[in-house]
Design a protein around this ligand. Sequence first.
Ligand code: ACO
Length: 322
Amino acid sequence: MKYAKITGWGKCIPPVKLTNDDLSQIMDTNDEWITTRTGIKERRISHQSTADLATIAAKNALDCAGIKNADEIDLVLLATCSPSTMVANTASEVQKNLNATGAAACDVNAACSGFLYALQNATAQIQSGMIKKAVVIGAERMTWYVNWQRRDSGVLFGDGAGAVVLEASGDKTGLLGTKTGCDSEDREILHITNSGTNTDKYKPVGPSDLLFEGREIFKRAVKGMTTAVDDVLTQVGSEITDIDVLIPHQANLRIIQAIQSKVNLPDDAVMVNIDKYGNTSAATIPIAICEAVENGLIKENSRVISAAFGAGLTWAASFIQW
Ligand code: ACO
């Protein structure tokens, strides 16, 4: 059996910071409210496209993997819900920028769960023997959607990208267990208005607005991610005590803490960077993976659980053997 080893990782963090104090200059909010309700202190704003962010993260991941010729790559899979262009897909622009001329290129939209969905897909293609090398990216320019007159959503989101390189390997590492799902019944409780072909083609539409029922999403995110973690542990025949690191989607520090207390992991096993970047949707997990490696939280042989929840309402959890 082949495995899909993670051989490289990289990120792209846009340089421009927007702090809570900056936001309080343009909307009726303050640092105290944002920090206590969400854990966010600042977020990054990109003036470059989602494809540009994805390209930089992917290049860093390829460098980390020691891959000099991107034409060795068979697949560029880009998780995003803020594509630079709908047609052609954004992954094709990344493929072009990387010069990964032999690679298939495809976008995956499962909102905040998108990176784990994409990781599952690329891993399965490698395990089946169909391909040998893939770059899996989560990249978002979420602030493009933000209506800066809405304080409820305006404070939550940020821009950025993270990526991993997967390579076929005989070593039993990489994604060893995964559960993904979608509770579509209540998909309307988190959506973006005025986007897609449901808008009237012949009438001018207003700006896109990110609308959500915060408290309902909060409860469902905690329940969804906790259940998904339990399910994936059962799938791989492990207990939570076998887990070294939890990489949760970074939507709200209180959501992360609620999941942590339900699964009963110590503080030093949980990766948190929401204070610096806010919610970067599909990019939170690959950025967090990257920083967990950089800061020594993820080490060789670490057993990692990652979980996400997002629009759809999609959810996912993955067990990764480092
Ligand atoms: N600054 C100051 N006050 C604010 C702000 C703000 N930025 N935003 C809302 N308020 C006010 C509201 O108007 C409300 O005032 P009122 O009581 O006078 O009506 C009050 O604060 C409380 O608002 P709530 O919505 O009840 O606040 P809550 O404690 O639920 O926190 C939050 C809101 C942070 C959005 C929380 O519900 C949450 O994190 N939900 C889940 C995350 C989420 O939905 N993310 C969207 C993406 S989905 C995902 O990534 C999983």
